[in-house]
Design a protein around this ligand. Structure first.
Ligand code: ADP
Ligand code: ASP
Ligand code: MG
Length: 438
């Protein structure tokens, strides 16, 4: 089995959807096709939720504007009147549900239901298109098998059990279409795998079905060596190991959801990135194979808060770090980077929701300094202990940039540097020149 995932831009218009139809059916291979919402839809739904939660009367206006876009999409998508009628009835049904929800008083659980509408609509419209074109296709609802546990983490065992049972009923179907991003939580409610989560759906399905390969089809020809939204001269990387891709995804390469590599790595399922707009390009292949090239890519993660705790006692006296980290555990706040000296420990977090409580709870252990609006620049490659000279090249590139923290040696695949976000662009450009001659 192959798993193909198409992102929002790939299904962003009638023309794009028709192109995707050709891509999934041309080789005659059986596949599960995971779709995102039509591009712009999830953002529009987020905006609708914000307006609604604030009691703004613009809400219905936004809903109707979105519905109108789908009206146009449907007229361009189908060749037959029956196709257009079916498409319109899908759109009507979901927008009626949306309006019904929005006519009730706001409650937080409705947010996830509203956000789910994008993927629910795109997959039905696409399945109907495949059927209209005579392809043997069926929709497999993600809400029947994609489950997260009480910590919001995918429950791979349950997913595996449910999907294999369901797939027995699809044995003679060529193209099985399902929704990315959406899932059910441990109370059975509609939930999601966080923004960009369709990549995660695809690799979870790949792992659960032990697929031959997961292909993530997007709007760029693979993982690039640097962030193409910030740096002009970037190039695709032909091959990455799971570890390298995992670090890049976690540390900000938007092209992959932060957690999506892990399930593929766990079950050793290759992940290939392909460009929907340029299917001939090789893209990037991510496998268990290591390639000894020193530096592969750079990614950047914004919105980081750095916390320094200066103690009057020796930090490394036993028990001190435990007490500090227990505070982060208590507030379910993951720590990204850590550096220590005799009398201080610095660490970084990307979720400042509980910052005040965290500072309050650690302040008995020392003097605290907080820096907001920091960025982690993450240099990914194969940094085995014997490798020489990488540090020199990195720091030469960054010699005009104030560095707040450095982390080297924690992982063989990642060197992380914390800087103020105002220096991010300059840092990425100079690193691109120094490390890749680009
Ligand atoms: P999709 O909707 O297909 O999931 P995304 O917008 O989530 O697509 O991801 C693709 C985008 O990620 C690219 O258009 C590019 O701007 C951005 N991006 C950021 N870092 C990288 C990188 N290292 N390599 C490739 N693309 C990247
Ligand atoms: N539609 C969702 C989002 O925009 C999921 C995805 O595109 O992967 O975040
Ligand atoms: Mg994405």
């Amino acid at each position: 089995m192959l798993v193909y995932k198409f992102g929002g831009t790939s299904v962003g218009s009638a023309e794009r959807m028709k192109h995707v139809q050709q891509l999934v059916s041309q080789d005659g291979e059986r596949k599960i096709v995971v779709l995102s919402a039509v591009s712009g839809t999830t953002n529009a739904l987020v905006e609708i939720i914000q307006h609604f939660a604030n009691g703004n009367d613009q809400t219905l206006h936004l809903v109707r504007a979105l519905k109108e876009k789908y009206g146009l999409l449907v007229t361009e998508l189908y060749a037959t009147d029956e196709g257009v009628r079916n498409g319109n009835s899908v759109v009507e049904r979901h927008f009626d549900e949306l309006e019904k929800l929005l006519s009730q008083p706001y409650y937080s659980k409705m947010e996830k239901v509203i956000l789910a509408q994008g993927e629910l609509i795109s997959t039905q419209l696409f399945t109907a298109l495949l059927k209209e074109r005579g392809i043997n296709a069926q929709l497999l609802p993600a809400l029947d098998f994609m489950y997260i546990d009480e910590n919001g983490e995918p429950d791979l065992r349950q997913i595996e059990e449910r999907i294999s049972r369901l797939l027995n009923g699809f044995a003679d179907v060529d193209i099985i279409v399902t929704q990315g991003y959406i899932c059910r939580n441990n109370t059975g409610g509609i939930d999601n795998l966080r923004r960009g989560g369709s990549d995660y759906t695809a690799t979870l399905i790949g792992a659960a079905t032990k697929a031959e390969e997961v292909q993530i089809w997007t709007d760029i020809d693979g993982v690039h060596n640097n962030d193409p939204r910030i740096v002009e001269n970037t190039r695709p990387i032909a091959q990455l190991s799971f570890e390298e891709a995992g670090e890049l995804a976690y540390f900000g390469a938007k092209v992959l959801h932060p957690n999506c590599i892990f399930p593929a790595q766990q079950r050793n399922v290759p992940v290939r990135l392909k460009n929907t707009m340029n299917p001939e390009a090789d893209g990037t292949l991510i496998t268990g194979e290591k390639n000894p090239q020193a530096v592969k890519a750079i990614a950047v993660k914004d919105g980081i808060t750095a916390i320094k705790i200066k103690s009057t006692r020796m930090v490394l006296a036993y028990g001190f770090l435990r007490k500090v980290f227990e505070v982060f555990e208590k507030y379910k706040t993951p720590v990204d980077m850590i550096t220590t000296s005799e009398i201080a420990v610095s660490l970084s977090i990307d979720n400042p929701d509980h910052l005040e409580e965290i500072i309050r709870d650690i302040s008995p252990y020392g003097y605290i300094e907080v820096d907001r609006e920091q960025s982690i620049v993450c240099i990914v490659g194969d940094f085995v202990a014997e490798r020489k000279g990488v540090g020199k090249d990195i720091f030469r590139a960054l010699d005009q940039i104030p560095i707040r923290m450095i982390s080297y040696g924690g992982s063989k695949n990642n060197i992380s540097i914390l800087i103020d976000t105002q220096f991010k662009k300059e840092a990425l450009i100079t690193l691109n020149k120094e490390l890749f001659n680009l």
